[in-house]
Design a protein around this ligand. Structure first.
Ligand SMILES: *Cc1c(COP(=O)(O)O)cnc(C)c1O
Length: 228
């Protein structure tokens, strides 16, 4: 929620400045509106000492991949800095759905019926509505979370019709050893045919390519915070 008081910002930490510059460049090159791309600063493994300068520079959207780690770090930061937006980008277990719905403003890892059921129950009982992304395993990697591309349409329909979930978009993580572009293109195609407007794709190594293929949310960690 936009605050009425102007935010006093410190100079951008160098990693964030470089990422902002590259996002602006990619948007310009590919005819994308900068305002249509949300930068999620992925702060997993980093503590408040590393996160505070990034908040001070004006960044408001952050991502974490583990519920427990986020619970330990973020409530104090959120209390001290109203207007922060927190995304869960990592896998979710059903028994963590309650905590996830309570803490996060967006969840990128909806990928199976048990999670849909748990999220639907918590959304009803808590009255909180995190933005939901269905994760698609575009590379069909056995070790990776996400629904298979050929099952995505039916899964998205079930999310909506069976569980009453409002799905905002798709998320994908291309295989590390392959060109990302075909995976981003596949996710964009599945989103388009399902009427989904948001695409969470692109990390430190490939966010400019993701912007080219329509990313609305890029999840960038090490390029901002340094190596983990
Ligand atoms: C860690 C992580 C990122 C950020 O990765 P970097 O390469 O550090 O930018 C993005 N998405 C997910 C799902 C992650 O777990």
């Amino acid at each position: 929620m936009a605050s009425e008081t102007p935010v006093v910002t410190a100079p951008l930490p160098s990693g964030l400045a470089a990422v902002e510059q590259e996002i602006a460049r990619a948007c310009k090159e590919h005819g994308r509106d900068r305002a249509a791309v949300t930068l999620i600063a992925v702060s997993k493994t980093f503590g408040a000492d590393a996160i505070l300068p990034v908040i001070a520079s004006g960044q408001r959207v952050f991502g974490e991949n583990r519920v427990q780690e986020a619970k330990a770090k973020w409530p104090a930061l959120i209390a001290a800095h109203p207007g922060l937006v927190l995304h869960l980008i990592g896998p979710l277990q059903s028994n963590k759905a309650k905590e996830a719905v309570a803490l996060f403003d967006a969840i990128h890892s909806v990928d199976r019926p048990s999670i849909c059921e748990a999220l639907a129950k918590e959304i009803r009982s808590q009255g909180r509505h995190p933005q939901l992304f269905v994760q698609v395993n575009t590379g069909e990697e056995p070790q990776k979370a996400g629904v298979a591309p050929q099952e995505a349409d039916a899964f998205i329909a079930a999310c909506r019709d069976k569980y009453g979930l409002d799905i905002a978009g798709l998320m994908c993580i291309p295989p590390v050893d392959q060109a990302a572009a075909p995976h981003f293109a596949l996710a964009a195609k599945i989103a388009a045919r399902n009427g989904l407007k948001n695409l969470s794709m692109g990390m430190s190594a490939d966010f400019a390519t993701a912007i080219q293929f329509g990313a609305t949310h890029v999840r960038v960690g090490s390029a901002i915070f340094g190596h983990r």
